[in-house]
Design a protein. Structure first.
Ligand code: SF4
Length: 347
């Protein structure tokens, strides 16, 4: 394998901006201006500051882009986008069936820092430990990202690990959010993976184009439009209100660049646990050339129990959705069960 290595230093969006200036593009600028203070969000949305729980914010800090906040309705505490990002008192209640690491990934499937090798034929690389938004239900909300920060040596170790295992055909970039990493690093990584003969596919899991559509820039398109790898982008959209005209345009651009688009949602109580919302979501995704892919039952992470939809209701919704929509618009209802060789359909 002919490996040409540029100087590697994984950088936070902040570092990159300060090193390279604004010429890097406006998405970095937007990442500099995330809403992190509860008082700012309360003021922007015309809600009382007391509604945002300080203890919950200490456990998992508020983080949201201005684009995503602009899609929320003002003065509406039940807004489905606000509920996904608002630190809530319910998060501070302990539930015995919930844990800090519901998928038990780091104990069993973590051969190297930043590498999760769990399923046959594919491997997950944590390309960034940052997100542009902190989703309150995130199964990695307690994840020790500080132990999975990849520097030059760790990147090379991960690439060598992939090169030595010919049973692998797909690499999945995850995080954090992999698209919070710079295009320069992602481009280098893609080039390295493209030189490994058994790697055929690159899949990127990201919420960034949804919360910051400017992220779909020409630099991103140039590495995603790889000659040697089939590339797909799995977005994470839970509610049709998240689909803005800017996101629709970004998806069209990605589709024209040959990137296949899929969506996975998490079934969330009081946010999308009704058939009308789920049907509208599938229709809106399809208009953006995004294939509905998975509807996940919540991973039982401590702090997210109030989002849980019981399996019976989830199954009813799934069957109603099948009666409502053509089959290709119905995402598969699944759950991730530790130790299983794949996601488990709930039917
Ligand atoms: S990893 Fe995904 S779900 Fe979790 S906080 Fe980041 S963007 Fe949200």
């Amino acid at each position: 394998m002919n490996t040409i290595l540029p100087p590697i230093k994984l950088v936070s969006p902040k570092d990159e901006l300060s090193q390279n200036g604004l010429a890097q593009g406006s998405w970095q600028q937007e990442l500099q201006q995330l809403i992190r203070r509860p008082s700012e969000l309360a003021e922007l949305l015309d809600i009382k500051l007391e509604e945002l729980c300080p203890e919950a914010n200490e456990q998992f800090e508020l983080r949201v882009t201005r684009h995503f906040a602009a899609l929320m309705k003002k003065a509406d505490l039940q807004d489905p986008l606000l509920l996904q990002v608002m630190p809530a008192l319910a998060e501070t209640l302990e539930h015995s069936a919930y844990s800090k690491e519901p998928l038990e990934e780091t104990e069993q499937f973590n051969p190297l820092p930043g590498v999760i090798h769990k399923y046959k034929g594919r491997l997950l690389l944590m390309a960034s430990n940052q997100c542009a938004i902190n989703c309150r239900y995130c199964f990695r909300r307690h994840f020790p990202y500080q132990d999975h920060h990849l520097g030059r040596k760790q990147w090379l170790d991960a690439i060598n690990y992939i090169a030595q295992d010919s049973s692998l055909s797909e690499v999945i970039l995850s995080g954090g959010d992999p698209l919070s990493q710079s295009d320069k690093q992602l481009s280098w990584l893609t080039e390295q993976l493209a030189q490994i003969p058994h790697i055929k596919r690159l899949r990127v899991h990201s919420r960034l184009p949804v919360v910051l559509p400017q992220r779909v820039c020409s630099e991103l398109l140039s590495w995603m439009n790889s000659k040697h790898l089939q590339t797909s982008l799995v977005l994470h959209i839970n509610h049709p209100q998240e689909i803005s005209p800017q996101l629709k345009q970004a998806c069209l651009t990605l589709k024209d660049a040959g990137v296949r688009l899929y969506n996975q949602s998490v079934l969330l109580k009081a946010i999308n646990d009704d058939v009308d919302t789920l049907a509208r979501l599938s229709e809106a995704l399809y208009e953006c050339y995004i294939q509905p892919y998975y509807l996940h039952q919540l991973d039982k992470v401590q702090g997210a129990a109030h989002f849980q939809v019981d399996d019976r209701h989830a199954q009813e919704l799934y069957h109603q959705l099948r009666a409502e929509l053509p089959g290709y618009l119905v995402p598969l209802l699944t759950q991730e069960i530790p130790g299983q060789p794949a996601k488990t359909p709930i039917i």
